[in-house]
Ligand binder design. Structure first.
Ligand SMILES: *Cc1c(COP(=O)(O)O)cnc(C)c1O
Length: 379
Protein backbone atom coordinates (compact mmCIF):
# COMPACT_ATOMS: atom_id res chain seq x y z
CA UNK A 1 0.00 0.00 0.00
CA UNK A 2 1.37 3.36 -0.99
CA UNK A 3 0.48 6.22 1.33
CA UNK A 4 -1.98 8.65 -0.14
CA UNK A 5 -0.92 12.24 -0.66
CA UNK A 6 -2.74 14.64 1.64
CA UNK A 7 -4.88 16.99 -0.45
CA UNK A 8 -6.44 18.90 2.43
CA UNK A 9 -4.13 21.91 2.19
CA UNK A 10 -4.71 22.51 -1.52
CA UNK A 11 -6.89 25.43 -2.53
CA UNK A 12 -8.15 25.85 -6.08
CA UNK A 13 -7.97 29.34 -7.62
CA UNK A 14 -11.47 30.40 -8.74
CA UNK A 15 -10.00 31.65 -12.04
CA UNK A 16 -9.31 28.06 -13.12
CA UNK A 17 -12.87 26.80 -12.69
CA UNK A 18 -15.07 25.70 -15.59
CA UNK A 19 -18.17 27.81 -16.28
CA UNK A 20 -20.24 24.78 -15.23
CA UNK A 21 -18.82 22.06 -12.98
CA UNK A 22 -21.28 19.28 -13.81
CA UNK A 23 -19.51 16.39 -15.55
CA UNK A 24 -21.80 13.55 -14.46
CA UNK A 25 -22.74 10.59 -16.64
CA UNK A 26 -26.42 10.87 -15.77
CA UNK A 27 -28.37 12.71 -14.78
CA UNK A 28 -26.05 14.93 -16.72
CA UNK A 29 -25.92 18.70 -16.96
CA UNK A 30 -29.05 20.45 -18.19
CA UNK A 31 -28.19 23.67 -20.02
CA UNK A 32 -29.46 26.97 -18.62
CA UNK A 33 -31.28 27.69 -21.90
CA UNK A 34 -33.38 24.55 -21.36
CA UNK A 35 -34.32 25.66 -17.84
CA UNK A 36 -35.19 29.11 -19.17
CA UNK A 37 -37.39 27.53 -21.86
CA UNK A 38 -39.08 25.50 -19.15
CA UNK A 39 -39.74 28.62 -17.08
CA UNK A 40 -40.90 30.52 -20.15
CA UNK A 41 -43.35 27.74 -21.02
CA UNK A 42 -45.05 28.71 -17.77
CA UNK A 43 -48.72 27.82 -17.86
CA UNK A 44 -48.44 26.43 -21.39
CA UNK A 45 -48.07 22.64 -21.39
CA UNK A 46 -47.14 22.24 -17.69
CA UNK A 47 -50.06 21.22 -15.56
CA UNK A 48 -52.31 20.46 -18.51
CA UNK A 49 -53.72 17.25 -19.95
CA UNK A 50 -51.36 14.97 -21.83
CA UNK A 51 -54.24 14.02 -24.12
CA UNK A 52 -54.55 17.58 -25.44
CA UNK A 53 -52.64 19.54 -28.07
CA UNK A 54 -50.16 21.25 -25.69
CA UNK A 55 -48.45 18.09 -24.44
CA UNK A 56 -49.02 16.11 -27.65
CA UNK A 57 -47.13 18.86 -29.44
CA UNK A 58 -44.13 18.27 -27.14
CA UNK A 59 -44.21 14.54 -27.93
CA UNK A 60 -44.44 15.41 -31.62
CA UNK A 61 -41.40 17.74 -31.32
CA UNK A 62 -39.41 15.01 -29.56
CA UNK A 63 -40.33 12.32 -32.10
CA UNK A 64 -39.80 14.49 -35.16
CA UNK A 65 -36.61 15.97 -33.74
CA UNK A 66 -35.14 12.55 -32.96
CA UNK A 67 -36.11 11.24 -36.39
CA UNK A 68 -34.10 14.09 -37.93
CA UNK A 69 -31.20 13.93 -35.46
CA UNK A 70 -30.78 10.16 -35.89
CA UNK A 71 -31.52 10.20 -39.65
CA UNK A 72 -34.24 7.62 -39.05
CA UNK A 73 -34.37 5.18 -41.97
CA UNK A 74 -37.58 4.78 -43.96
CA UNK A 75 -40.02 2.52 -42.10
CA UNK A 76 -38.34 2.90 -38.68
CA UNK A 77 -40.34 4.64 -35.95
CA UNK A 78 -39.57 6.58 -32.78
CA UNK A 79 -41.47 5.06 -29.86
CA UNK A 80 -41.48 6.21 -26.25
CA UNK A 81 -42.89 5.32 -22.88
CA UNK A 82 -42.40 5.65 -19.16
CA UNK A 83 -39.81 3.89 -17.02
CA UNK A 84 -36.41 4.72 -18.49
CA UNK A 85 -34.03 2.31 -20.19
CA UNK A 86 -34.44 -0.15 -17.32
CA UNK A 87 -38.10 -0.56 -18.28
CA UNK A 88 -37.07 -1.06 -21.89
CA UNK A 89 -34.97 -4.09 -20.90
CA UNK A 90 -38.15 -5.77 -19.64
CA UNK A 91 -40.06 -4.66 -22.73
CA UNK A 92 -37.36 -6.16 -24.94
CA UNK A 93 -37.29 -9.41 -22.96
CA UNK A 94 -41.06 -9.73 -23.40
CA UNK A 95 -41.73 -8.26 -26.83
CA UNK A 96 -38.54 -8.58 -28.87
CA UNK A 97 -36.68 -11.71 -27.76
CA UNK A 98 -38.41 -14.84 -28.95
CA UNK A 99 -36.52 -17.66 -27.27
CA UNK A 100 -32.87 -16.84 -26.71
CA UNK A 101 -30.61 -13.83 -26.97
CA UNK A 102 -26.90 -13.36 -27.30
CA UNK A 103 -25.73 -10.56 -25.02
CA UNK A 104 -22.49 -8.65 -24.95
CA UNK A 105 -21.60 -8.10 -21.29
CA UNK A 106 -18.81 -5.62 -20.62
CA UNK A 107 -19.95 -3.76 -17.52
CA UNK A 108 -22.74 -3.07 -15.06
CA UNK A 109 -25.43 -1.94 -17.47
CA UNK A 110 -24.96 -4.68 -20.03
CA UNK A 111 -24.83 -7.20 -17.15
CA UNK A 112 -28.17 -5.97 -15.83
CA UNK A 113 -29.94 -6.65 -19.11
CA UNK A 114 -28.34 -10.11 -19.36
CA UNK A 115 -29.46 -10.91 -15.79
CA UNK A 116 -33.00 -9.85 -16.65
CA UNK A 117 -33.02 -12.20 -19.63
CA UNK A 118 -31.66 -15.04 -17.47
CA UNK A 119 -34.45 -14.47 -14.97
CA UNK A 120 -37.23 -14.49 -17.59
CA UNK A 121 -38.98 -17.86 -17.36
CA UNK A 122 -40.13 -17.75 -20.99
CA UNK A 123 -36.55 -17.36 -22.31
CA UNK A 124 -33.46 -19.52 -22.43
CA UNK A 125 -30.50 -18.15 -20.48
CA UNK A 126 -28.59 -15.44 -22.33
CA UNK A 127 -25.63 -16.55 -24.45
CA UNK A 128 -22.96 -14.24 -23.09
CA UNK A 129 -20.09 -12.71 -24.96
CA UNK A 130 -18.06 -11.15 -22.15
CA UNK A 131 -15.05 -8.97 -21.61
CA UNK A 132 -13.47 -7.73 -18.39
CA UNK A 133 -14.34 -4.19 -17.24
CA UNK A 134 -12.40 -1.68 -19.32
CA UNK A 135 -12.19 -3.99 -22.30
CA UNK A 136 -14.30 -4.14 -25.42
CA UNK A 137 -15.31 -7.15 -27.46
CA UNK A 138 -16.87 -7.68 -30.85
CA UNK A 139 -19.28 -10.64 -30.85
CA UNK A 140 -19.15 -13.31 -33.49
CA UNK A 141 -22.26 -14.73 -35.13
CA UNK A 142 -24.39 -16.86 -32.81
CA UNK A 143 -26.81 -18.96 -34.88
CA UNK A 144 -28.87 -20.02 -31.84
CA UNK A 145 -29.85 -16.45 -30.91
CA UNK A 146 -32.93 -14.69 -32.27
CA UNK A 147 -31.68 -11.38 -30.87
CA UNK A 148 -28.30 -9.82 -30.12
CA UNK A 149 -28.07 -7.24 -27.35
CA UNK A 150 -25.09 -4.94 -27.00
CA UNK A 151 -24.36 -1.56 -25.46
CA UNK A 152 -23.27 1.21 -27.82
CA UNK A 153 -21.61 2.85 -24.83
CA UNK A 154 -21.10 0.97 -21.55
CA UNK A 155 -21.46 3.88 -19.16
CA UNK A 156 -19.98 2.10 -16.14
CA UNK A 157 -16.58 1.57 -17.77
CA UNK A 158 -16.35 4.06 -20.64
CA UNK A 159 -16.15 1.39 -23.34
CA UNK A 160 -17.76 2.05 -26.71
CA UNK A 161 -18.62 -0.72 -29.18
CA UNK A 162 -19.49 -0.61 -32.86
CA UNK A 163 -23.27 -1.20 -32.94
CA UNK A 164 -23.11 -3.70 -35.77
CA UNK A 165 -24.43 -7.13 -36.58
CA UNK A 166 -21.66 -9.74 -36.85
CA UNK A 167 -20.88 -11.23 -40.23
CA UNK A 168 -22.92 -14.38 -40.71
CA UNK A 169 -25.58 -13.64 -38.08
CA UNK A 170 -28.98 -15.19 -38.89
CA UNK A 171 -31.11 -12.97 -41.11
CA UNK A 172 -34.01 -12.87 -38.63
CA UNK A 173 -31.83 -12.04 -35.61
CA UNK A 174 -32.75 -8.63 -34.16
CA UNK A 175 -30.01 -6.23 -33.10
CA UNK A 176 -30.97 -4.47 -29.83
CA UNK A 177 -28.62 -1.63 -28.94
CA UNK A 178 -28.53 0.03 -25.54
CA UNK A 179 -27.74 3.59 -26.57
CA UNK A 180 -28.74 5.18 -23.28
CA UNK A 181 -25.54 7.18 -22.97
CA UNK A 182 -24.62 7.26 -26.68
CA UNK A 183 -27.74 8.54 -28.44
CA UNK A 184 -27.33 12.18 -29.30
CA UNK A 185 -23.60 12.23 -28.57
CA UNK A 186 -22.22 9.62 -30.96
CA UNK A 187 -22.75 9.22 -34.72
CA UNK A 188 -24.75 6.16 -35.67
CA UNK A 189 -26.17 4.47 -38.75
CA UNK A 190 -29.54 3.04 -37.79
CA UNK A 191 -29.87 0.90 -40.90
CA UNK A 192 -29.40 -2.61 -39.56
CA UNK A 193 -30.24 -1.72 -35.95
CA UNK A 194 -33.65 -3.01 -34.90
CA UNK A 195 -34.02 -1.28 -31.55
CA UNK A 196 -31.80 1.69 -30.66
CA UNK A 197 -33.03 2.62 -27.20
CA UNK A 198 -32.09 5.35 -24.78
CA UNK A 199 -33.23 7.71 -22.04
CA UNK A 200 -33.22 11.51 -21.82
CA UNK A 201 -30.87 12.08 -18.85
CA UNK A 202 -27.53 11.33 -20.53
CA UNK A 203 -26.35 12.78 -23.86
CA UNK A 204 -29.74 14.40 -24.34
CA UNK A 205 -29.17 16.50 -21.23
CA UNK A 206 -32.71 16.27 -19.89
CA UNK A 207 -34.36 14.62 -16.91
CA UNK A 208 -34.90 10.89 -16.46
CA UNK A 209 -38.01 8.72 -16.41
CA UNK A 210 -38.72 8.03 -20.07
CA UNK A 211 -37.44 5.46 -22.54
CA UNK A 212 -37.18 6.19 -26.24
CA UNK A 213 -36.46 3.80 -29.04
CA UNK A 214 -35.91 3.83 -32.78
CA UNK A 215 -37.60 0.61 -33.93
CA UNK A 216 -37.11 -1.13 -37.27
CA UNK A 217 -39.96 -2.71 -39.26
CA UNK A 218 -38.59 -6.15 -38.34
CA UNK A 219 -38.70 -5.28 -34.65
CA UNK A 220 -42.27 -4.01 -34.95
CA UNK A 221 -43.27 -7.21 -36.73
CA UNK A 222 -41.59 -9.34 -34.04
CA UNK A 223 -43.38 -7.45 -31.24
CA UNK A 224 -46.75 -7.78 -32.96
CA UNK A 225 -46.24 -11.52 -33.41
CA UNK A 226 -44.92 -12.25 -29.89
CA UNK A 227 -47.58 -10.17 -28.18
CA UNK A 228 -50.31 -11.97 -30.16
CA UNK A 229 -49.00 -15.32 -28.83
CA UNK A 230 -51.54 -16.45 -26.25
CA UNK A 231 -48.84 -18.32 -24.35
CA UNK A 232 -46.95 -15.16 -23.43
CA UNK A 233 -48.33 -12.75 -20.88
CA UNK A 234 -47.21 -9.23 -21.66
CA UNK A 235 -48.24 -6.78 -18.94
CA UNK A 236 -49.96 -3.74 -20.45
CA UNK A 237 -47.28 -1.42 -19.09
CA UNK A 238 -44.57 -3.40 -20.90
CA UNK A 239 -46.35 -3.81 -24.21
CA UNK A 240 -44.26 -2.45 -27.05
CA UNK A 241 -47.20 -2.48 -29.43
CA UNK A 242 -49.29 -0.30 -27.08
CA UNK A 243 -46.35 2.07 -26.76
CA UNK A 244 -46.17 2.13 -30.54
CA UNK A 245 -49.90 2.80 -30.95
CA UNK A 246 -49.69 5.65 -28.46
CA UNK A 247 -46.50 7.09 -29.94
CA UNK A 248 -48.09 7.22 -33.38
CA UNK A 249 -50.69 9.54 -31.83
CA UNK A 250 -47.96 11.59 -30.09
CA UNK A 251 -49.02 10.20 -26.73
CA UNK A 252 -47.75 7.77 -24.10
CA UNK A 253 -49.63 4.85 -22.54
CA UNK A 254 -49.81 6.64 -19.20
CA UNK A 255 -48.96 10.11 -17.96
CA UNK A 256 -45.43 11.22 -18.87
CA UNK A 257 -43.24 13.78 -17.07
CA UNK A 258 -44.15 16.83 -19.12
CA UNK A 259 -41.14 18.87 -18.00
CA UNK A 260 -38.78 16.10 -19.16
CA UNK A 261 -40.40 16.16 -22.59
CA UNK A 262 -40.00 19.91 -22.79
CA UNK A 263 -36.33 19.84 -21.72
CA UNK A 264 -35.66 17.13 -24.27
CA UNK A 265 -37.46 18.88 -27.13
CA UNK A 266 -35.36 21.98 -26.43
CA UNK A 267 -32.14 19.97 -26.35
CA UNK A 268 -32.85 18.10 -29.59
CA UNK A 269 -33.73 21.31 -31.42
CA UNK A 270 -30.61 23.00 -30.02
CA UNK A 271 -28.47 20.17 -31.38
CA UNK A 272 -30.18 20.31 -34.75
CA UNK A 273 -29.54 24.06 -34.86
CA UNK A 274 -25.83 23.51 -34.14
CA UNK A 275 -25.40 21.01 -36.97
CA UNK A 276 -27.14 17.87 -35.75
CA UNK A 277 -25.54 14.58 -34.82
CA UNK A 278 -22.42 15.20 -36.91
CA UNK A 279 -21.79 18.34 -34.86
CA UNK A 280 -22.48 16.57 -31.55
CA UNK A 281 -20.23 13.67 -32.55
CA UNK A 282 -17.36 16.02 -33.46
CA UNK A 283 -17.79 17.94 -30.22
CA UNK A 284 -17.69 14.87 -27.96
CA UNK A 285 -14.70 13.53 -29.91
CA UNK A 286 -12.90 16.80 -29.32
CA UNK A 287 -13.70 16.88 -25.61
CA UNK A 288 -12.80 13.25 -24.96
CA UNK A 289 -9.70 13.54 -27.16
CA UNK A 290 -8.40 16.41 -25.03
CA UNK A 291 -8.85 14.30 -21.89
CA UNK A 292 -7.31 11.10 -23.25
CA UNK A 293 -4.31 13.00 -24.63
CA UNK A 294 -3.76 14.81 -21.40
CA UNK A 295 -4.13 11.65 -19.30
CA UNK A 296 -1.73 9.71 -21.51
CA UNK A 297 0.95 12.33 -21.02
CA UNK A 298 0.55 12.84 -17.31
CA UNK A 299 2.30 10.34 -15.08
CA UNK A 300 -0.45 10.05 -12.46
CA UNK A 301 -3.27 9.34 -14.94
CA UNK A 302 -3.89 6.47 -17.38
CA UNK A 303 -6.90 5.89 -19.61
CA UNK A 304 -8.70 2.88 -18.09
CA UNK A 305 -9.61 1.54 -21.53
CA UNK A 306 -6.24 0.37 -22.82
CA UNK A 307 -7.34 -0.26 -26.40
CA UNK A 308 -7.94 3.17 -27.94
CA UNK A 309 -10.39 1.66 -30.45
CA UNK A 310 -12.83 0.93 -27.62
CA UNK A 311 -12.45 4.24 -25.74
CA UNK A 312 -15.72 6.06 -25.30
CA UNK A 313 -16.02 9.55 -26.73
CA UNK A 314 -18.73 10.48 -24.22
CA UNK A 315 -17.66 8.86 -20.94
CA UNK A 316 -13.96 9.08 -20.16
CA UNK A 317 -12.55 6.83 -17.43
CA UNK A 318 -9.09 7.62 -16.10
CA UNK A 319 -7.21 5.52 -13.56
CA UNK A 320 -5.16 7.39 -10.99
CA UNK A 321 -1.77 6.44 -9.61
CA UNK A 322 -2.00 4.73 -6.26
CA UNK A 323 -0.66 7.64 -4.23
CA UNK A 324 -3.55 9.87 -5.43
CA UNK A 325 -6.75 9.00 -3.62
CA UNK A 326 -9.56 9.44 -6.15
CA UNK A 327 -12.20 9.87 -3.46
CA UNK A 328 -10.19 12.61 -1.73
CA UNK A 329 -9.67 14.28 -5.10
CA UNK A 330 -13.33 14.18 -6.11
CA UNK A 331 -14.32 15.37 -2.61
CA UNK A 332 -11.94 18.33 -2.95
CA UNK A 333 -13.35 19.19 -6.37
CA UNK A 334 -16.89 19.01 -5.03
CA UNK A 335 -16.06 21.85 -2.66
CA UNK A 336 -15.53 24.12 -5.70
CA UNK A 337 -18.60 22.88 -7.60
CA UNK A 338 -16.99 20.26 -9.84
CA UNK A 339 -19.28 17.29 -9.32
CA UNK A 340 -20.03 13.70 -10.31
CA UNK A 341 -16.62 12.63 -11.62
CA UNK A 342 -16.52 9.70 -9.19
CA UNK A 343 -16.10 6.27 -10.83
CA UNK A 344 -19.15 4.03 -11.27
CA UNK A 345 -19.88 2.95 -7.72
CA UNK A 346 -19.70 -0.83 -8.23
CA UNK A 347 -16.53 -0.70 -10.30
CA UNK A 348 -14.57 0.16 -7.16
CA UNK A 349 -11.47 1.55 -8.89
CA UNK A 350 -9.18 4.44 -8.01
CA UNK A 351 -10.56 6.30 -10.95
CA UNK A 352 -12.24 9.40 -12.36
CA UNK A 353 -15.20 9.10 -14.72
CA UNK A 354 -15.84 12.26 -16.70
CA UNK A 355 -18.84 12.57 -19.02
CA UNK A 356 -18.40 14.88 -21.99
CA UNK A 357 -21.86 14.86 -23.54
CA UNK A 358 -22.71 17.56 -26.12
CA UNK A 359 -23.92 19.96 -23.40
CA UNK A 360 -20.35 20.13 -22.06
CA UNK A 361 -18.31 22.62 -24.10
CA UNK A 362 -14.67 21.63 -24.75
CA UNK A 363 -13.63 24.84 -22.92
CA UNK A 364 -15.07 23.40 -19.71
CA UNK A 365 -13.04 20.25 -20.29
CA UNK A 366 -9.89 22.37 -20.68
CA UNK A 367 -10.74 24.15 -17.45
CA UNK A 368 -11.31 20.86 -15.64
CA UNK A 369 -7.89 19.72 -16.78
CA UNK A 370 -6.35 22.96 -15.49
CA UNK A 371 -7.93 22.28 -12.10
CA UNK A 372 -6.68 18.67 -12.10
CA UNK A 373 -3.19 19.86 -13.08
CA UNK A 374 -3.23 22.38 -10.26
CA UNK A 375 -4.04 19.65 -7.74
CA UNK A 376 -1.73 16.96 -9.15
CA UNK A 377 1.18 19.41 -9.30
CA UNK A 378 0.81 19.80 -5.56
CA UNK A 379 0.68 16.10 -4.76
C1 LIG B 1 -28.07 4.96 -17.43
C2 LIG B 1 -28.08 3.74 -18.22
C3 LIG B 1 -29.13 2.82 -18.14
C4 LIG B 1 -30.27 2.98 -17.18
O1 LIG B 1 -31.09 4.05 -17.57
P1 LIG B 1 -32.40 4.40 -16.69
O2 LIG B 1 -33.10 5.42 -17.55
O3 LIG B 1 -31.93 4.94 -15.39
O4 LIG B 1 -33.18 3.17 -16.55
C5 LIG B 1 -29.09 1.71 -18.97
N1 LIG B 1 -28.08 1.51 -19.82
C6 LIG B 1 -27.04 2.37 -19.91
C7 LIG B 1 -25.95 2.08 -20.89
C8 LIG B 1 -27.01 3.51 -19.13
O5 LIG B 1 -26.00 4.37 -19.24
Amino acid sequence: MTAHTDLSGISIPPGLLPADGRFGAGPSRVRDAQIEALAAAGRGPLGTSHRQAGVKDLVRRVRAGLAELLALPEGHEIVLGNGGSTAFWDIAALCLIERQAQTVVIGEFSAKFAAEIDAASHLEPALRCEAAPGQGVVPSAEPRADALALPHNETSTGVMLPPRRPEGAPEEQLLLVDATSAAGGVAVDLAGIDAYYFAPQKALGSDGGLWLCALSPAAIERAERLEADAGRWVPAFLSLTSALTNSRKDQTLNTPAVATLLLMAEQIEWMLGQGGLAWADARTRTSSGILYNWASQREETTPFVADAAFRSQVVVTLDLAEHIDASALTALLRTVGIVDIEPYRKLGRNQLRIAVFPSVPPEDVEALIAVLEHVLDRC
